[in-house]
Write a protein that binds this ligand. Sequence first.
Ligand SMILES: C[S@@+](CC[C@H](N)C(=O)[O-])C[C@H]1O[C@@H](n2cnc3c(N)ncnc32)[C@H](O)[C@@H]1O
Length: 283
Amino acid sequence: MSLTVREALQRASFQLRQAQLEQPRREAEALLCAALQQSRAWLYAHGEAVLPAAAAALFDSWVQRRLQGEPYAYICGEREFMGLSFTVTPSVLIPRPETELLVEAVLAELRQEQAPCLLDLGTGSGAIAVSLAVFLPQAQVTAVDLSAAALAVARENARRHQVASRLRFLQGDLYAPVAGEEFTAVISNPPYIPAAEISRLAATVKDYEPLLALDGGPDGLAFYRRLTRELTLLAAPPSLLALEVGAGQAAAVRQLCLQAGCQAVRQLPDLAGIPRVILATWG
Ligand SMILES: C[S@@+](CC[C@H](N)C(=O)[O-])C[C@H]1O[C@@H](n2cnc3c(N)ncnc32)[C@H](O)[C@@H]1O
């Protein structure tokens, strides 16, 4: 049965509303834009256009996946972060708006640096590393992840944003691939969900996003302990250690930074007032 743009949108919006998705019409429009490779404005102007069979089939399969709970970003393979479009696959965490605060804080700290050397630990899609390379054209960035599949996505994003020549990708366990090196700043959004809480996360997260990107150990702080203690693997402490933290973790992470010998530590809140970013400084 052939459907017009208007009919296809109405049908999909109804199905998505029945499944209690928050913004059924917006989601239906976004999926149809991606299936047709057209803008929203095009959809509004061409409500009576009949959908080509291939686009109609693709749209229908994407709506069915969304109805099962699969995140929109994995279906369309894209997520916007810092105003840039990032490729995402199920091998990487979908970059979150909170993480933009971390990137903005690092940009504010490093704008005056002549040639900063940055280390992003647990790079995933490369959202942090690639954004920093884009907005700090004088920076060299090293991105580490345990997952080879995640690094492939991060490499692709570096190519998309034409910063691959200033990015180095290394597979390994936190500081291990860069032991003995020196960096101006170490940045990380590590896995920080307490292991026992993972089964209680929304299905769209726990059933689709990689466990390796979520599991922060028994109390959610395992990576912060390692990120602060294992700084000794570097030739010298960085001027800046910038970390995203989960709700309720800031006080413990501040303490870990102080134990690691930093001179000062600050925290920055998100829009809800929850401390989300820890900035520890040396020297
Ligand atoms: C919370 S995700 C963050 C991804 C990305 N930086 C972002 O902010 O969207 C954490 C990342 O750490 C990686 N990871 C987990 N354990 C690791 C380890 N021991 N060493 C290096 N990377 C690790 C995961 O594969 C995942 O990509």
